[in-house]
Write a protein that binds this ligand. Structure first.
Ligand code: GLA
Length: 739
């Protein structure tokens, strides 16, 4: 019988190099500042501070530092590296993550640089893994002697420096020119199977010939479920494609390992990924109203709200009790107008189709506070970085309208990269050529019932090197108002240049107070999102300066290391979440991300992605999707459209979860909800399956008798004295306990 394995999978790729290397994980020294002499091999760095490159320079004694810094290391490069390599012509230097830009000197000679949009390392913003390859006969390399590697960094905004876990020097060997490309989506076959094609690719003229071993294992038992080896041959321009079908056995991830072994060199390349699994039930054809129970707006300002509802189309919408000044379009569900009178208005929403009718109580609060529940939307940065343009925004808006807005998703936010190089003669800001008509774009987004966001920085320049709002705050707020903007993300970048070094609390608050004042003069409800990476414990004063949200951390990346170190360290900030004012542990890294024109599948496993959405929802964080919306695969769409999970994020009480239990292996976070129930996230932080139990008499559970599995939207039969749950590595069980 042909065995069909089912895999639900998300790519977490690990490449294991079999070549020998020289580790550069330890032995670095750091100095902040800038001097050309620091590249020199004769410079004496004896008095420089040792630095641990597993973390950023902020965490290594330079909190909030922006600007230049240099890292130096002394290292012997043994010629035995060459002897052990099959191909001996070049050397690779792997520098972990570089944040933002760098120049690399080997014994005083520049051997590589990575800059921003102009190639000048002072501008632009992009962090990421950096590898430089140089010819093995480059005279800069001193074989078998001490070499001085010096890395000059320029960073603005958030974390800076070089950091990570994979710093080394190795020969670029035969497998360094090969990639096992697992980027294609899994296809969910109708026979309860998963199908996928992967490719073996190379840019080298070398003709690869060997075997591709394909193996599927169950991470819970380590049992091998399926194994097959095929011949594989490929060369530049002629990839090898391998297509497989596996059965979907259980609702969990399996691990796939691909191993290519090249016959001639004997070298191998290994890549693993996990398989996706869907938890969110398939949406019913009957009408259902989703989204928050409450929406806030200011008196007299333009009002826009799309009633989020699922069910077979066409749907017909009704709203009883709308305050004077608002009207509903019965065919689209879009409520528009303006309300003159402050007050709390109880509205009954009704949605019907041929299969039924559904009503929901909804409160419209006209007052001073907006953003009563965290923003649900998309932001261009984690997908497109500075390459965002009008077309990408329209595609995102359309995808949100078609596929996500029925679940409450509403904001379409353009991050950095929209601004012109120069202001107009009258000082007015304009968009660059990638955005031909901002007003028209905003009208398009509003026409879909969605809201539009934009980005700026209080300094002269943004983090991406574009125009910031410095000394033009009122003018910019006015322009945003004229365009119809509904959300402003306001960074810190380059403001350090115009404020004294080591800003105290009043100085940290100032740029946000200035922009708040400017926004208050505009006749629009513009959500104000602070982005200064958590400095000065912003959660303690973000609400006071009028922020609807504030970033609590540096920039997130699509790795477990980044996700877990951000998400599981929100305990200090969490108590400060309240309606209208939320902590922002940064945007989502699910789906296809890239921070630039080329995208890749998030490097998070599928279980890590369930953790991401569960934890961010427990924390009452804004959920800003950071992926290519034109390409929402089935898993990602499922992850983002679970109404019971989103309801935890959107709960009107607006509390952040508290960390209840923390140990080496797991954490439990508990969030109080408006109806008296609680949402509880049980997170496995280890890399092995675990059964985690909580006594039913524990204060977190006492008095609650019903346990609902939120992702699967079904009650759990929990017999015995304890509530026990089996949790996948880096995964979660998210429950809602009710009386
Ligand atoms: C900073 C922010 C990011 C993004 C970039 C844009 O790094 O933290 O979220 O907005 O700037 O340049």
């Amino acid at each position: 019988m042909r065995k069909i394995l089912v895999l639900i999978f998300l790519a977490v790729g690990f490449l294991r190099a079999s070549a020998q290397d020289v580790s550069l994980n330890k032995g670095w020294k750091l100095a902040v500042g800038d001097s050309a002499q620091w590249a020199s091999p004769t410079f004496n760095d004896q008095h420089w501070a040792s630095v641990n490159v597993s973390q950023s320079w902020e965490q290594e004694g330079h909190p909030g530092y922006d600007g230049f810094g240099w890292y130096r290391i002394h290292v012997v490069i043994p010629s035995s590296l060459k002897e052990k390599a099959y191909v001996k012509d070049s050397l690779r230097i792997n520098l972990g993550t570089v944040d933002d830009n760098d120049e690399v000197y080997l014994n005083g000679k520049l051997i590589g640089r990575f800059g921003g949009k102009t190639g000048d390392i002072k501008t632009g913003s992009f962090y990421g893994p950096r590898t430089y390859t140089i010819a093995a006969n480059n005279p800069a390399i001193l074989w078998d002697k001490e070499n001085i590697l010096a890395v000059r960094i320029f960073d603005t905004g958030g974390d800076g420096g070089i950091y990570g876990s994979n710093f080394n020097i190795a020969m670029a060997d035969v497998m360094d020119h090969v990639s096992i490309n697992t980027e294609a989506d899994f296809d969910y076959g109708d026979r309860n199977s998963l199908n996928k094609s992967i490719k073996l690719l190379t840019t080298s003229q070398y003709s690869y010939q060997g075997k591709l071993a394909f193996k599927v294992t169950d991470p819970e038992t380590n049992a091998v479920l399926y194994e097959k080896t095929n011949d594989a041959a490929f060369t530049s321009g002629k990839p090898f494609t391998y297509t497989f079908e596996i059965a979907r056995l259980e609702k969990k991830s399996y691990t796939i390992t691909y191993t290519f072994t090249d016959q001639k060199s004997g070298k191998e390349l290994v890549r693993t990924e996990t398989t996706p699994y869907i938890l969110t039930p398939y949406p019913s054809a009957k009408p259902k109203i989703n989204g928050a129970d409450v929406f806030g707006a200011r008196a007299g300002n333009p009002f826009l709200y799309l009633i989020p509802a699922t069910g077979k189309k066409p749907l017909v919408y009704k709203a009883a009790g709308l305050p004077d000044g608002l009207k509903l379009d019965a065919a689209t569900g879009i409520i528009t107008g303006a309300v003159a009178q402050k007050g709390s208005y109880s509205v009954t929403l009704t949605v019907s189709n041929r299969l039924g009718v559904k009503t929901k109580n909804f409160t419209i609060v006209i007052g001073d506070n907006i953003g009563l529940t965290p923003a649900l939307g998309w932001n261009s940065w984690n997908a497109w970085g500075l390459s965002v343009d009008d077309k990408k925004v329209r595609i995102s808006a359309k995808a949100m309208a078609d596929r996500l807005s029925a679940h409450g998703w509403a904001y379409v936010n353009i991050d950095d990269g929209w601004e012109a190089e120069q202001r107009q003669a009258d000082g007015k800001i304009t968009a660059n050529s990638k955005f031909p008509d901002m007003k028209e774009l905003t009208d398009y987004v509003h026409g879909l019932g969605l809201r539009m966001g934009i980005y700026s920085s209080p300094g002269p320049r943004t983090c991406g090197g574009f125009l910031g709002s410095w000394q033009h705050e009122e003018q910019d707020a006015q322009t945003y108002g004229d365009w119809g903007i509904d959300y402003l993300k306001y960074d810190w970048c380059s403001y350090s240049e115009v404020t004294p070094a080591n800003p105290d609390l009043p100085a940290l608050k100032k740029p946000y107070q200035v922009m708040r004042g400017a926004l208050d003069k505009i006749n629009r409800d513009i959500m104000f999102s602070l982005c200064q990476y958590g400095w000065g414990d912003v959660w303690q004063w973000g609400a006071e300066v009028g922020g609807n949200s504030w970033r609590t951390t540096g920039d997130i990346q699509d790795t477990w290391r980044s996700l877990s170190s951000i998400g599981f360290n929100q305990d200090k900030a969490s108590p400060f979440a309240q309606p209208g004012h939320f902590n922002d542990p940064d945007m989502l890294v699910v789906g296809k991300v890239g921070w630039g024109p080329s995208l890749h599948n998030t490097r998070l496993t599928f279980d890590e992605q369930y953790t991401h959405i569960s934890l961010w929802s427990l924390l009452s964080s804004p959920l800003l999707i950071g992926c290519d919306m034109g390409h929402l695969d089935k898993f990602t769409l499922n992850l983002l459209t679970n109404d019971e999970v989103l309801a935890i994020d959107q709960d009107a009480l607006g509390k952040g979860a508290a960390r209840y239990i923390k140990n080496d292996r797991y954490q439990i976070w508990v969030k109080e909800l408006k109806d008296g129930s609680k949402a509880i996230g049980i997170f496995n932080l280890s890399d092995k399956y675990q059964t985690i139990s909580l006594d039913k008499n524990d204060p977190a559970l006492k008095g609650f008798t019903k346990f609902r599995d939120v992702w699967q939207q079904k009650f759990i039969v929990a017999t015995g004295k304890a509530f026990s749950t089996k949790v996948a590595p880096h995964g979660v069980t998210l429950i809602r306990v009710e009386k």
